[in-house]
Design a protein. Structure first.
Length: 261
């Protein structure tokens, strides 16, 4: 269905709401999320807006690589219907449903794996996924805590769940790479001294890492901070560590198409 055609009104709200509770589907909110998801292989089940011409103009200006697909697939809906599709309709007036990537095994591609122990805030978890994707991490795993695929986490990650494996794990199985813990009592972090091919474990801001991960860690590192500052936001700590690893990420050669943002 292309621009100019309207979906059947009666079932659309139920369809989008059901997708939000379906472990095989995700709801993407806003052009930024849809843009990133498409760039990393998302398969769309539907795409809707109450301001389709505005969305297409914005896509042509900011993400021309996805504009042709939006023009083919975007379905216009009335403003009152769009307002019911999600709890907080995005300012960029675009909502999509996509197939969720199939869970991948704990063994993954070379590169750093970010392991979050009992994360508390889904929006912050989403920000971690966004940072990990930008830094070319191999995966993000969570142990306990909030669902990494919750609606708030998806919003925080801006569609970048599709850029790398993101999964909740019940336990850390035998690893093919060292486990390194971020711990306030560890050795000071220094640029280029940590391997890229490791699992990096981060605890919550309040409780830190659980004993399970501290005991298993091959090394413990701490981010140097000014006296009196007790902690960093989780996503900030992940960013500091990933960009302090030994060289490996080739900046400027990622999957972003030329001329896009």
């Amino acid at each position: 269905m292309g621009l100019g055609q309207s979906p059947t009104r009666g079932d659309l709200t139920r369809r989008v709401h059901a997708a939000g509770a379906d472990p095989t589907r995700v709801v993407l909110e806003g052009l930024h999320s849809v843009k990133h998801a498409l760039r990393f292989g998302a398969v769309l089940d539907g795409l809707w807006s109450d301001q389709p011409e505005t969305v297409l103009a914005l896509a042509r200006a900011l993400a021309p690589d996805i504009a042709p697909l939006l023009a083919r697939r975007l379905e216009p809906v009335a403003p009152e219907l769009f307002a019911r599709l999600v709890a907080r309709p995005p300012e960029t007036r675009l909502i999509a449903v996509a197939e969720r990537p199939t869970d991948r095994a704990e063994s993954c591609a070379p590169g750093p794996v970010v392991l979050l122990d009992r994360p508390r805030h889904p929006g912050n978890l989403g920000a971690v996924i966004r940072v990990a994707a930008a830094a070319d991490a191999a995966a993000v795993w969570t142990s306990g805590g909030v669902d990494p695929w919750s609606a708030a986490s998806l919003r925080g990650a801006a569609g970048l769940h599709f850029a790398l494996p993101v999964r909740a794990i019940e336990r850390v199985a035998d690893l093919d790479r060292p486990l390194i813990a971020l711990d306030g009592e560890g050795e000071p972090l220094a640029y280029g001294t940590l391997p890229r091919n490791a699992v990096y474990a981060f605890g919550s801001e309040r409780d830190g890492l659980s004993a399970e991960f501290l005991v298993r860690a091959a090394r413990r590192v701490a981010i140097p901070m000014r006296p009196g500052v007790s902690s960093l936001n989780l996503a900030t700590a992940v960013a500091v560590l990933l960009y302090a690893l030994e060289p490996g990420l080739q900046t400027g050669t990622g999957q972003r198409p030329a001329g896009s943002t």
